[in-house]
Design a protein around this ligand. Structure first.
Ligand code: COI
Length: 353
């Protein structure tokens, strides 16, 4: 892999729990270009510096772009591991298909990521709860205002040392059930990790934050009845001993942490089902006292307990506003594998060589 070195390295921030999320970026990035004539080409590692684009570039107007979120962890023996990267590449190519972006070669980007991580090893924080966040992205780079799929693209990977996604760390989050705005509908782009999904969620997110909530819990677009996801997390509820998560009906992001949790739960013999779950069922369980736990899963959010949901002006506290036992077990199992503190029976830890 071609590496263009920079003359001066950046000053690193304190690599501890004061990092927050996505505020600092490392010295280098991986880039690769696409043109109709040459296909994907020119894969290289170069200094992470501002890049110039013409203001008529497709990405600025029609948001033809996709991204992924992954994390690299420093292992006790000093090696670097990444959690299930092949799953992210596969999902990214599915998102690409939805957004008319050409399929990319996963072996080339994996090699680019490995080289980039080796070069940036000193940026990987080692404090508990920290990691090096990996943001692979593809943007449409053709200069053209017609509403058509671009014929040129840029694939890039930037890296950011991070602490917790939420400012209050692992403290249970407060969610507002949104029954006006919708995130996605079946046939829309909800199961693709495309840029516009996140832009479209910001209005409801801002309104929820103003009311003191961390995030919005989305309902389905058709009936405003069934739980979808949180936007940065998939949702799980523990009701009367059964773990329930919304089925992947086409409007929800197929999360990799979600899939991993389902596998762990099945292997531990804990009843888990992927099905439609209505907000009425959740509220009824909360009223009856059978809503035992709720949590969200995601790369950035890891496993985040949910301590309260508000629906139609009424607050429902969950698990006494504390982290429940199943949430704790999943947090420890997933982070144990990620940080190399436990065995990896599933082969989810990819060591960078
Ligand atoms: C992630 O968990 O990696 C995400 O992409 C969610 C969010 C930060 C946008």
């Amino acid at each position: 892999m071609k590496i263009i070195k920079r003359e001066q390295l950046k000053q690193k921030p304190a690599l501890d729990n004061t990092l927050g999320f996505g505020k600092y970026f490392t010295d280098y990035m991986f880039t690769m270009k696409y043109t109709k004539e040459a296909g994907w080409h020119d894969a290289k590692i170069q200094p992470n510096e501002p890049v110039q684009f013409d203001l008529a570039t497709t990405i600025f107007h029609y948001a033809q772009g996709i991204f992924e979120g992954m994390k690299a962890f420093l292992q006790p023996d000093g090696t670097i591991s990444v959690f299930r990267p092949e799953e992210n590449w596969a999902r990214m190519n599915r998102s690409a298909d939805r957004m008319c972006i050409p399929q990319f070669p996963t072996d080339v980007v994996q090699e680019g990521l490995d080289e980039l991580l080796k070069l940036e090893k000193d940026w990987i924080p080692s404090a508990p709860g920290t990691a090096l966040y990996i943001r692979p992205t593809i943007v449409a780079t053709r200069v053209m205002l017609g509403v058509h799929a671009s014929t040129e693209y840029l694939f890039f990977i930037i890296l950011s040392p991070v602490g917790s996604y939420y400012a209050h760390g692992l403290e249970p989050t407060r969610l507002l059930v949104e029954d006006f705005y919708v995130r996605s509908s079946i046939g829309g782009t909800g199961e693709a990790k495309c840029l516009g999904n996140y832009a479209a969620s910001m209005k409801a997110g801002e309104e929820a934050e103003k009311k003191g909530f961390d995030q919005v819990l989305w309902l389905d677009a058709q009936e405003k009845k069934y739980i979808e996801e949180v936007g940065s997390m998939n949702m799980f509820f523990v009701i009367d001993g059964e773990v329930v998560t919304p089925a992947l009906v086409g409007s929800i992001l197929p999360g990799i942490t979600r899939k991993s949790c389902i596998q762990v739960l099945k292997d531990k013999g804990i009843p888990v089902s992927e099905r439609r779950i209505s907000i009425d069922e959740v509220v009824e369980a909360a009223e009856k006292g059978t809503l035992e736990e709720a949590f969200g899963t995601g790369t950035a959010a890891v496993i985040s307990p949910v301590g309260l949901i508000q629906y139609r002006g009424k607050d429902y506290e969950i698990c006494g506003g504390k982290m429940g036992k199943i949430t704790q077990m999943l947090y420890e199992t997933i982070t144990g594998i990620q940080y190399g503190k436990t065995a990896d029976p599933y082969g989810w830890r990819k060591i960078v060589k």
